[in-house]
Design a protein around this ligand. Sequence first.
Ligand code: PMP
Length: 408
Amino acid sequence: MTLDFINQVLESLKENNLYRHLRTITGGQGPWVEIDGKQILNLCSNNYLGLASHPEVRKAASQAAETWGCGSGASRLICGNLRVHELLEERLASFKGTEAALLYGSGYAANLGIISSLMRQGDYIFSDRLNHASIIDGCRLSRAKIVVFDHNDMDTLEAKLHLTSTSSNGRSDIRKLIVVDSIFSMDGDLAPLPQLVTLAEKYQAILMVDEAHATGTIGPAGRGSVAHFGLEKHVPLIMGTLSKSLGGYGAFVAGSRKLIEYLTNTSRSFIFSTALPPTVIASALAALETLEANPSLVTRLQNNAEYLRKQLTLLGYDTLNSQTHIIPVLVGEATVALEMSRRLLAEGVLAVAIRPPTVPAGKSRIRVTVMANHSRDDLDFALEAFRNVRIVLDEKVTGSGTSSRTRG
Ligand code: PMP
């Protein structure tokens, strides 16, 4: 066996405009970033509140490095369980309104580890068609039967829940899990959590909600979508990340003490992976404190999102059902999305093309995300760029050639 197939796969990705490459950012993360020596407006970061470079967060990370060093030494169950891990878990649990929380190395690892430890072969997982890849991979790893339902379609979900409960003849040993993103990462719409809770209770399924994009962006003081709907007592399993609004890295699950005890004992991506470094934990604690002390950050994010979404719609763009700071600009074909993204960059705006397999074929888009610390001038700069590249959509032109425009 040789590696010849690699070339074929890469060539085929290029032919289909699905090839991916890494872009180098030469400075830090902020509302503007440096690329090839130019300041470019950043419209694709998940650092929604700007906390990745907040002075308090930086200070906490450097003090933690001085005090505890840069590594945690081992997994939590060996000798990597530092007091700061526990402190952050306590803070996250109270932020999410649950009894306890457990940290994971990343959101990807969390979804893999949570789902695969709860579900087994013969069980059923009901998964929204637009769920994040890490949820899909967690479902696959569990070897349970995966029942995909159309995006946010509660009638189809109920029909599928009904069908499986009649075909399993009321066997109580079969576990059922319904899992959704609470803000969908590529569409920016909300899962209908109240209906999902009703269905989960009616069909005795566990409900798991991925709050990666909802933590820090929605709900009272940014506590998430579950809190937004007042459902803290009805969602037994809330997953969230430290990598988006909280500006750092890592993830957590929040739920009952028993759930956390169970995952600590059975969840392989928790057990067999090194604990997050103290610098990362200290910066997440500082980010959470900064968020709790400044709930206006969330309002600023929401106001920026509303302005940009409305203005993009007025320019004639289709932003699907976005209700949040994630604003898809639907384009259609991957080639057109790539060309639009290239032209936006020439205009001084970084907004990447999202193509299959991340989104379905024919639904390629520019995924725009705003930040709380984008100024109104920044947003108007972005809108001017979108006005100038509109021609790509109208004419479906390929090739490049717009004037170069950057700030500062
Ligand atoms: N869930 C969702 C909904 C996500 O969008 C992401 C990452 N973009 C993850 C989980 C994975 O989180 P992480 O980047 O921390 O691995």
